[in-house]
Design a protein around this ligand. Sequence first.
Ligand SMILES: [Zn+2]
Ligand SMILES: [Zn+2]
Ligand SMILES: [Zn+2]
Ligand SMILES: [Zn+2]
Ligand SMILES: [Zn+2]
Ligand SMILES: [Zn+2]
Ligand SMILES: [Zn+2]
Length: 1754
Amino acid sequence: MASELEPEVQAIDRSLLECSAEEIAGKWLQATDLTREVYQHLAHFVPKIYCRGPNPFPQKEDMLAQHVLLGPMEWYLCGEDPAFGFAKLEQANKPSHLCGRVFKVGEPTYSCRDCAVDPTCVLCMECFLGSVHRDHRYRMTTSGGGGFCDCGDTEAWKEGPYCQKHELNTSEIEEEEDPLVHLSEDMIARTYNIFAIMFRYAVEILTWEKENELPGDLEMVEKSDTYYCMLFNDEVHTYEQVIYTLQKAVNCTQKEAIGFATTVDRDGRRSVRYGDFQYCEQAKSVIVRNTSRQTKPLKVQVMHSSIVAHQNFGLKLLSWLGSIIGYSDGLRRILCQVGLQEGPDGENSSLVDRLMLSDSKLWKGARSVYHQLFMSSLLMDLKYKKLFAIRFANNYERLQNDYVTDDHDREFSITDLSVQIFTVPSLARMLITEENLMTIIIKTFMDHLKHRDAQGRFQFERYTALQAFKFRRVQSLILDLKYVLISKPTEWSDELRRKFLEGFDAFLELLKCMQGMDPITRQVGQHIEMEPEWEAAFTLQMKLTHVISMMQDWCALDEKVLIEAYKKCLAVLMHCHSGFTDGEQPITLSICGHSVETIRYCVSQEKVSIHLPVSRLLAGLHVLLSKSEVAYKFPELLPLSELSPPMLIEHPLRCLVLCAQVHAGMWRRNGFSLVNQIYYYHNVKCRREMFDKDIVMLQTGVSMMDPNHFLMIMLSRFELYQIFSTPDYGKRFSSEITHKDIVQQNNTLIEEMLYLIIMLVGERFSPGVGQVNATDEIKREIIHQLSIRPMAHSELVKSLPEDENKETGMESVIEAVASFKKPGLTGRGMYELKSECAKEFNLYFYHFSRAEQSKAEEAQRKLKRQNREDTALPPPVLPPFCPLFASLVNILQSDVMLCIMGTILQWAVEHNGYAWSESMLQRVLHLIGMALQEEKQHLENVMEEHVVTFTFTQKISKPGEAPNNSPSILAMLETLQNAPYLEVHKDMIRWILKTFNAIKKIRESSSTSPVAETEGTIMEESSRDKDKAERKRKAEIARLRREKIMAQMSEMQRHFIDENKELFQQTLELDASTSAVFDNSPVVSDMTLTALGPAQTWVPEQRQFVTCILCQEEQEVKVESRAMVLAAFVQRSTVLSKNRSKFIHDPDKYDPLFMHPDLSCGTHTGSCGHVMHAHCWQRYFDSVQAKEQRRQQRLRLHTSYDVENGEFLCPLCECLSNTVIPLLLPPRNIFNRLNFSDQPNLTQWIRTISLQIKALQVLRKEESTPTTASSKKSETMGELQLPEGFRPDFHPKNPYSESIKEMLTTFGTATYKVGLKVHPNEEDPRVPIMCWSSCAYTIQSIERILSDEDKPLFGPLPCRLDDCLRSLTRFAAAHWTVASLSVVQGHFCKLFASLVPNKNHEDLPCILDIDVFHLLVGLVLAFPALQCQDFSGISLGTGDLHIFHLVTVAHIVQILLTSCTEEDGMDQENSTGEEELAVLALYKTLRQYTGSALKEINSGWHLWRSVKAGIMPFLKCSALFFHYLNGVPSPSELEATGTSHFEHLCHYLSLPNNLICLFQENSEMVNSLIESWCHNSEVKRYLEGQRDAISYPREPNKLIDLPEDYSSLINQASNFSCPKSGGDKSRAPTLCLVCGTLLCSQSYCCQTELEGEDVGACTAHTYSCGSGVGIFLRVRECQVLFLAGKTKGCFYAPPYLDDYGETDQGLRRGNPLHLCKERFKKIQKLWQQHSITEEIGHAQEANQTFVGIDWQHL
Ligand SMILES: [Zn+2]
Ligand SMILES: [Zn+2]
Ligand SMILES: [Zn+2]
Ligand SMILES: [Zn+2]
Ligand SMILES: [Zn+2]
Ligand SMILES: [Zn+2]
Ligand SMILES: [Zn+2]
């Protein structure tokens, strides 16, 4: 060992220890050239302290550095002992009221949604808990590291900027007080000196780029030949590549390589070799060679050790400075001053500038150290923050350029500080006005996107990998722009206006480069060859969305700015489209006597682009003109006359036509890229600044032009002009049957066009377009989302656009429109639309996708039917338009519109084939409805003397003019009302006619306008239809009643299925409704029911018939028939364990005969209860196996089950299984052949059994010692004197059929294999033990659950559980028949010897170390192997009873020894009861045997109480066991909850109520046994306090307690560091819910080897904590993780919910989370029921992605 350490642990240089900080400081105080003096000191000592060997020694280095290097500086600075000096400084300091705590990775941060100025303003947990915001709406996130707490920053919070702690410091704050006043002149001078020298030194050495040479003033006289081969981090190479390369290059182990790689990743560099130059150079060349093949090579430098030493000290120095300035704000200010002071080289020469500008050249570790220093100094000093901000803005372009070419993530770049600077409103404003920051950011951004097409637009096509990489990085500049704009100005100065508009100009330049980018042309003939690049353009659009909105928000705040911006935007748009009418002859369109000129342009033939940001920005500004009323106040300042409506609408219209054509299938050959673009165009992330604004632009255009002209241009762009301009075009269809596709295409286009008109008139919920406010807009969005179906909070949030503060405004209105339904045990809370809001539903809401539209339609119609209303979905009443848009409504009553409506209605009336569509008609009806609503509104709101110009009703009553002479629209509607093929729309037509009449009535009453002559027809129509309507109404009522009944039926059905699903899936849903099916209770009085012994109640055997789920054949369960089996799952379990550190080390040698009472490793058997023929199952399993092998070869896929390990899914319920249990009759009845009336008592019985055992032991010895002399054998036999009636040579015949015997072996072997984790071996003597043990353990675990839940012992059990326990018990009892008789006898002897001493077995565990229930089960089930050779007449029942009594006696002794405590105050001295006196006597006897080591207790009452409490679990388990073994029905008292049932249990188990009687009846024998137990040395040791023992009753095992507030878990986890990599923060801290251990999951550092494979910390932990099964909480993800074995796992919903009843897996939403106790209980129950593995199986079957996850690495 010593030799290995030798080069590392060198004796510390004496000269170092002899240094005196005080002396050195004294020397410095005298020095004339302090810099030279200090540098000499550093040059001499630094290389002696740092970098003395291949590996760093941080503690030693830190200690020496403090002593020799930093100590003198502290002395110098304080002028006295720093221990006093710093304390004085701290006292005199007026601490800042800023918190400034720098966040660690994973630390929780909080932002108040009500008070934070923007979402980047956050609080640390401590400040948050002490602030007013904890009662506000807040959001919680985990920090990615970096950033600091904004507590105390008045600019960050609208309210409550201070927490309680930081508020204290604010009382005496005088603004702008200079902190230096608290320092002495001397102190200031000294501090200044030393800071200046040290800061300069650190900057100089960290930015030093030479590898072999130090700065002149640090160079040493003699230079050793010691070098480091330094490996640097990059983001190009993977962990694996680095590890692999290192192993090759420096010849290290994999473990060392992992260590190097981890440090390189964390710190940014690590030396991987130390030695002479040659040696290091060699490693470097190998690394470079190995990594340069595909990518650029890893960065490696061979550096002289002294350089590395100085650099290490440089870093130390920066952290030291950071901590020193913590003592005093004055020191902080001096440091800031030093840092920002310009050096001799002028511009950019300050230390701060130098560091920033070399940022991208520094390694990660150095960067984070100086970033932290900046944060704790420059950003914490209000004066210098401003100066620093200016430096930062000045260098902005260079820093960004460096960042873009660098490959480290942004969090490691100085540019990331922008969020700290730009989000401060005052700084942002100053930087805009003084440094022109907006323009700088935009220009810098533009400079990086140089790739343009001929028109100067961005071109992302054919980007190289490098360009794409740069594009990704440069996007962060948009984020900076967002920060700058995030807080809007309240006051405008002229300078701010000027600079903002300058920035706006730059922004328009940017948008101009996007206007029309990525143009597309329709592909005809063949499919496109390559999908064009489209994502980059959309990424840009998406990132800019908020910025565009914020630009508009800024403009809206100042009228002057708005006017200027509008002008600028218009100018740019005109410039973009200046040539749009060039070169083409205009064409003339005319319909109904209107005509208009337009250009010749077809979307389907020419280039079209989806990107029109300039048009859309103008649309946004136009709305603002209306909203702010600038348009009315200063029309003369606006260039309204320059607006050319046809030019404005042209491009947005093309874009919308493109969407329509895509929908009509005309662009199919253009591939998916187009489909995706159309999708995003409408998507919630983009639509606000894309689709929505196109609609606004069209609305703008239409409101400024003749609607007839607009409609004609629109028809032309939709390529439908021909159809509607040619009167007879409708007749085309019969002749055009051959062009069915074309007709359908046109139909779709007509539908789309009508939809567009509906939107143009109906969408007036943007403030400025219609007379609404922002709340109305959100309300309407929510109403329409909830019209589709009830939704959870998060779904709603996702469907609404978020603003730059990540707010949707939903909370403010949700109460008004929806009611909240709380979640149950699963699922989430839901919002349901209030019924009174249904009337605001608009079927043609413009944000519906097609699927949503049809779902909403269906849902709303259904609702109406349920309310017994008609099913018409008429258009809602709309708010009025703002004046600027008011003329839009005229489109509805324009001639061309009426012509279009008339034409379509005509088609519907003629009803010829597929020439029209129902949706077309539906839209026309909707439009008519809108027009009627509009007219009605106009009439109702009309002012006195005003003429209503909206006269739609009149127009539709007029028949067509000659020569056409078509009927009026109204007439056609009346006709259609009775058309049989329009059943669905009848209600709507009826509604239209009704509304029409209503409007007429209003008109008549006001009689301001002439009434048309249509009344007669309407009246006539209504009387004719009167009785028809009555009949229909009745039919309708009948139909509704039928529907209601059907609904009730299906509801009941659903309930039934749900309940039964529970039955299948829930192991132990102890619900009364799911009571056991097998109830074979005969008519016997309960009081006589006895489960065992000679007095056992005789139960007539019931015949049992079962049906095979595979072949559906019914069969009786019989001894001699073919075996029937239950699918079963055997697993190891630690659920009941009281000692999780214990596990089986060497399973091949492990002896499971005695279970320790800590139950540390049990074997649990479960079953879904589904019965199959053994041979049917065999066939099924073989086929599964074969299929699996084929599949694995083909697909290499995993399944949720492991066939090679015998796993399969139950063919009926898909429950995970790994073996089968045979179904058997009660096995005791088969062997119970002799029944003499005279049975031995306990004493006699023990004697007899002891004799028999002795005989057997002699015989076994005989057999095992090979003797040739047969005479000798018979001799001993003779001596032996076999007990009476005992015939050891007798071998009973196995009564079972071959098939059953085979299954007994199969299940026995499976239990053995799984329970011990060994290879199957049916001959192994431990097989029967494992069978008994599994039976005992399973019963114990079920008893535990029943007790925990306060359920009665024999209450209704689900039948799958009942079946499982019955089969398991009977199987375990029958298994000995297939095992070796002598082996089972051997086990019996040994078990028996643990209670009745036998000199052949002296090394058995002591009575304290045996679980008595396991012992009981083993003894009872092994006993037949002995009893079958006994012909003396002792019955099996007698044996059972005596065994049971004997074990009970032992257990009582166990309890008295371990579990009796006398409680003070509750003393009941007068123990008068029989039991109490008896137990007191017994206790005294025990004390006597233990030599009074047992504590003295005088209260029989207490003792008896302890015994009763302690023995209950055992009695309950025994009752279950004998119940299933012997088939004796349970007494009804035990089927009900309530009192303890102690007496009933005793009676059922054939025990005296006074258990102590057992001791008295056979006192001699029992006393001798007790004496032998008490004399065991372990008992002595226990009583002397040298060891522990389990006490009774055992405490129930629960999952750990979880805190109510999730953030305290996050906080706990953020303090957790990886246990293996020295203080590093763990990336995926994961909490074991079973034992509470925190683990470092999913990371290399904590991988370990398990059975020859690398596994993650969680998997490794499951093996020690849960024998392969684990339940974890992934704290960062807020996700529960279930693991089973190495290959199985799933994620499960966490027990934490937000206020909306939703979980937040991944912590993406950040709503506060609280523990849901019920859900946590459910997880606990899954665990207690051993259902985790099953749950994983179901989850994996349901979700295939779970199958692909590498669970073992978690
Ligand atoms: Zn804080
Ligand atoms: Zn605070
Ligand atoms: Zn608040
Ligand atoms: Zn079958
Ligand atoms: Zn099943
Ligand atoms: Zn654990
Ligand atoms: Zn770790």
